[in-house]
Write a protein that binds this ligand. Structure first.
Ligand SMILES: Cc1ncc(COP(=O)(O)O)c(C=O)c1O
Length: 355
């Protein structure tokens, strides 16, 4: 059975990521009727509309549409323009774990991991690292990087007060701040604030419409006009310019118009899973830690490795992601309803009873 088929239609519960979400009917209709142009030549009106909407939603002056979150983050690193400098982030950041190649080889930045707690850098060690980096003979401080919601920490959300202090630290040291907000709207919904209130605490921000918001492709980088002009130039440099990209931008517009409020349902489903797993085996669940749509389950205390858990759950039609030797990642999304949660809990129970 192909894992690419709509999970519910195929009888599979696919919890590997919210990127498996398929476009809605409204998105497909919008894609069919979107006004189009050559985005790299005279501009595409639908892309322009999406960029304007992204800027408006985040309270920034400008936005640029890119095919992926990775490219949006890369353009931020290039546009902030401190080749050879240090980028400060927590060691569990997606940047350091999944994008390190582009950090080092394309952006030319030196990674500087900072001790963190549940995805939030500890502020004292961050200030110390910036101080050390400012001394002679060290790479100069280039960029401070935050991630919210935080994938590696299990969908945790950075408190606004923490973000404000980190942004102020950046300002007082003349260092730009970027936020990887691949799941920005999950963070906003969890905090009960607007995306703009989060984006107020950073100079640039990337968010994806291709994850829980269910658009098929695309991310946006937002910031001030000069930064986004630079990023646009670098987008061409890395081969990211697109042509009738309005076809995909149209789905992004529908995502922003119709899919944000329902993220609450995904958070609720994640909470149900976490509570169910904790009830099954307290070692499997830290229900209190689930803030958004991502659960990280530590199976180190069980007799099975993460890969073995994933394989046995797959035999029950439940797809999860093994992460390292002892961690499973489960991500809820639009295709995970109450029945899917119950099937998942039943499968965990069955695997646990046979291990
Ligand atoms: C926090 C975070 N940042 C960036 C990305 C990269 O996004 P993309 O897969 O669109 O390149 C991801 C992807 O899952 C992510 O979780």
């Amino acid at each position: 059975m192909s894992k690419g088929i709509l999970p519910s239609a195929a009888g599979v519960v696919d919890l590997r990521s919210d990127t498996v979400t398929l476009p809605t009917d409204a998105m497909l209709a919008a894609m069919r009727s979107a006004p189009l142009g050559d985005d790299s030549r005279d501009g595409d009106p639908t892309v322009r509309a999406l960029e304007e909407r992204a800027a408006e939603l985040t309270g920034k002056a400008a936005a640029v549409f890119v095919p992926s979150g990775t490219m949006g983050n890369l353009l931020a690193m290039l546009a902030h323009g401190e080749r050879g400098g240090e980028v400060f982030s927590d060691s569990g950041a997606h940047l350091f774990n999944s994008e390190i190649g582009s950090v080092v080889t394309v952006a030319g930045l030196v990674p500087r991991p900072v001790a963190s707690q549940r995805g939030a850098m500890q502020e004292q060690p961050l200030a110390q690292a910036i101080g050390a980096s400012s001394s002679a003979g060290r790479p100069r401080p280039a960029l401070i990087w935050m991630e919210t919601s935080h994938n590696g920490a299990g969908g945790t959300v950075l408190p606004l007060a923490h973000m404000a202090r980190v942004h102020a630290l950046g300002r007082s040291n003349g260092i730009a701040v970027h936020v990887d907000g691949a799941r920005l709207f999950n963070a906003a919904v969890a905090l009960g604030v607007s995306a703009q209130q989060i984006a107020a605490h950073t100079d640039s921000l990337m968010f994806c419409v291709s994850k829980g918001l269910s658009a098929p492709v695309g991310s946006l980088l937002v910031g001030d006009a000069a930064l986004i002009a630079q990023a646009r130039a670098f987008r061409r440099f890395v081969g990211g310019n697109m042509r009738q990209a309005g076809v995909i931008a149209a789905a992004g517009l529908v995502a922003l118009d119709t899919m944000i409020a329902r993220l609450r349902d995904d958070h609720e489903a994640a909470g149900q899973l976490a509570r169910g797993l904790a009830w099954l085996d307290p070692a499997l669940g830290e229900a209190d830690h689930v803030q958004t749509n991502i659960l990280r389950i530590d199976v180190a205390g069980s007799a099975l490795s993460a890969a073995e858990w994933a394989a046995r759950l797959e035999a029950h039609g439940i797809l999860v992601q093994a992460s390292g030797a002892s961690q499973l990642r489960l991500v809820t999304h639009r295709h995970i309803d109450r029945a899917a949660v119950e099937r998942t809990l039943a499968a965990f129970s069955s695997v646990a009873s046979k291990r």
